[in-house]
Design a binder for this molecule. Structure first.
Ligand SMILES: Cc1ncc(COP(=O)(O)O)c(C=O)c1O
Length: 353
């Protein structure tokens, strides 16, 4: 893919102090357009700027929108690494196919991310746990009211220097198990990263926050009984020495971190069971001490220890609300590989030169 570069007249001040998550954006963005007949064209890196849209633009009405999230890390010796970007590229294709949108070839997705990160490498923060969050997304741009797949799309990538996703940092979070609203059902869009999945989740998130919980743990959409995933992370439980996580790819997002952690855990000799875990079984394991550890996995949240679960008025505390030994080991190994401090035995990182 040929990428044009349009230089900015002036560059922004870089933020100082605590970065938080998604508060600052870099100087440039990547943009490419797709039209039926012409395909992808006009790939460019241009100064970060607002997008002009006609009020009839289809995404505003029918929500054909998909996105991805990955990070670039700066190592102690100044190298720039991305973590398994080809996995995001493939998931993006799957999301776009499900939403009847244009698809971007895997190599073009990776090239676009690399090219923008190369331009913005001075924006990659180097404080403890900090990185550059990369947000590729695509949306319908045809001007039309009337439900049909759009005949044109825009693909954009923006970047944001970030620190910890949760205000708690790497301390345990409290999770609210949602028993009223659901996120996905078989045959729906649960396995995709489309904006609509998140819009539908906000009501439950508000409810959880009002009760002092950080995120929602979703149950399946049919029985409201089987554990699926958390708002922005997959979830794993260590029960009686075994690791249990929900099967991904249908109603659960196939997380890049989830897949990586399953590979790591198996390489350490753990039995990893992908199954529909009954929430009552989970709460029972919490009460009788068999639930040894629980954690979430995600690009933004990294490995996030879970210290408390709330379900229908009952609470269980996990590992005395302390980060468990295995959770710690996963966090240290994953971040060690991502920041180039540990050997990358699985060849997960891609260097941006
Ligand atoms: C709903 C949901 N589940 C799981 C994840 C974790 O996926 P990944 O590890 O690819 O970031 C995310 C974040 O992307 C998410 O939004």
């Amino acid at each position: 893919m040929e990428i044009r570069f349009e230089k900015a007249d002036h560059l922004k001040e870089k933020p100082t102090g605590t970065l938080g998550f998604g508060k600052y954006y870099t100087d440039y963005m990547f943009v490419a357009d797709w039209d039926a007949g012409q395909g992808w064209h006009d790939a460019r890196i241009t100064p970060y700027a607002p997008i002009m849209m006609d009020p009839a633009t289809m995404v505003l009405h029918y929500a054909q929108e998909t996105f991805e999230g990955l990070k670039a890390y700066k190592t102690d010796d100044g190298r720039v690494l991305m973590f398994r970007p080809e996995m995001n590229a493939r998931r993006f294709i799957n999301s776009n196919k499900r939403l009847s949108m244009a698809t971007l070839p895997e190599e073009d997705f990776v090239q676009a991310c690399e090219s923008l990160v190369r331009v913005e490498k001075d924006w990659i923060p180097t404080g403890d746990g900090e990185s550059l969050y990369i947000r590729p997304y695509m949306f319908a741009t045809e001007k039309a009211v009337g439900v049909h797949p759009s005949r044109s799309y825009k693909f954009i990538i923006i970047c944001s220097p970030v620190g910890a996703y949760y205000p708690e940092g790497v301390s345990p979070v409290k999770i609210y198990i949602e028993d009223e609203y659901t996120r996905a059902t078989v045959g729906g869009t649960g396995f995709t990263k489309c904006g609509g999945n998140y819009a539908g989740s906000l009501k439950a998130q508000e409810k959880a926050e009002e009760l002092g919980y950080t995120q929602v743990l979703w149950l399946d959409g049919v029985h409201r009984q089987y554990v699926e995933e958390v708002g922005s992370m997959n979830v794993m439980f260590k029960i009686d020495g075994k690791i249990i996580t929900a099967p991904a790819g249908e109603t659960v997002l196939p997380g890049v971190t989830r897949d990586s952690m399953i590979q790591l855990l198996k390489s350490w000799g753990y039995e990893v069971i992908e199954k529909h875990l009954d929430v009552n079984e989970l709460m029972e394991a919490g009460k009788n001490g068999k639930l040894e550890e629980a954690w979430g996995t995600g690009t933004a949240a990294v490995i996030s220890p879970i210290g408390e679960l709330y379900y229908k008025g009952e609470k269980v505390t996990i590992n005395g609300f302390k980060t468990g030994e295995l959770t710690h080991k996963l966090y240290d190994t994953l971040t060690g590989i991502q920041w180039g401090r540990l050997e990358d035995k699985f060849h997960w990182t891609v260097e941006v030169k």
